[in-house]
Ligand binder design. Structure first.
Ligand code: ADE
Length: 247
């Protein structure tokens, strides 16, 4: 997948995009990342990229002509999503990451200051994404979050085939706990079922743990999760066991 990022701070991507899985994906040619400095598209002799808003109100806005130049310099076809990272966008999720991973190419626009001239949204942006209900200083961290989550979905990026399908959220539930050696640490034992190594038993146990953890930490996810009849029964038992007041 080719990803173009338009930003005032290309250097912000240095660490996260040159480390671990992101670096491996780039090294193997699975993620072809291009960083572009929006300031290079200013036509102003002072290389200005922002201006004061009409109507007053303080703060500065990124200029529509500069944004248009920056996007048009990288855009190939109308099929390529042009995604603006903004707290006003649709809330990012596993499902959106999977949807974006289907595209051969994505363009991200990172905002700064108070935001961007609305005409850039009207004319050039095809999607707006928020990574949560809080305001960041700029879109760079949000773009990196989205790029990381999308890259994990690309075939060949994670070692084991289908490993991303076992991630938390992939089936609407959180993942249960995992353990490695030592078998006993400060009196805490690895659950016996995992030590016995009976495959079907382990699968049932893991599913139960996933439901239990989702009930405890993100109960609202259970409204949408696909559960079998047995699992619904189990959920009712967990809810009774744990009681809503003790959470
Ligand atoms: N830019 C500033 N805050 C943001 C958020 N919560 N999500 C995406 N982009 C942002």
């Amino acid at each position: 997948m080719r990803v173009d990022v338009l930003t005032l701070f290309p250097e912000a991507f240095e660490g996260p995009m040159t480390t671990s899985m992101m670096w491996k994906a780039r090294d193997r040619g699975l993620l072809d990342l291009h960083l572009h400095n929006i300031r290079d598209h200013s036509t102003d002799k002072h290389r200005a990229v922002d201006d004061t808003p009409y109507g007053g109100g303080g703060g500065m806005l990124m200029k529509v002509d500069v944004i248009a130049n920056a996007i048009e310099a990288v855009k190939d076809t109308d099929q390529t999503p042009v995604i603006y990272l903004s707290p006003q966008g649709r809330l990012f999720s596993h499902a959106i990451a999977a949807e974006l991973a289907q595209h051969p190419r994505l363009i991200f626009l990172c905002g700064h200051y108070e935001g961007i001239d609305e005409r850039a949204v009207d004319l050039l942006i095809t999607d707006m994404i928020s990574i949560g209900d809080y305001v960041l200083t700029g879109g760079e961290l949000a773009a990196m979050v989205v790029i990381d989550a999308v890259t994990r979905q690309l075939p060949g990026v994670l070692g084991a085939e289908g490993a991303h399908e076992r991630d938390s959220h992939a089936d609407g539930l959180l993942e249960g706990p995992h353990y490695t050696r030592p078998q006993n640490f400060r009196g805490l034992e690895v659950p016996e079922v995992l030590q016995r190594g009976h495959h079907a038993e382990i699968e049932t146990w893991r599913r139960e743990q996933a439901i239990r953890r989702t009930w405890r930490n993100r109960p609202e996810l259970l409204f949408k999760a696909v559960l079998s009849e047995d699992e619904r029964y189990l959920l009712a038992k967990i809810a009774l066991d744990e009681g809503s007041l003790s959470r």
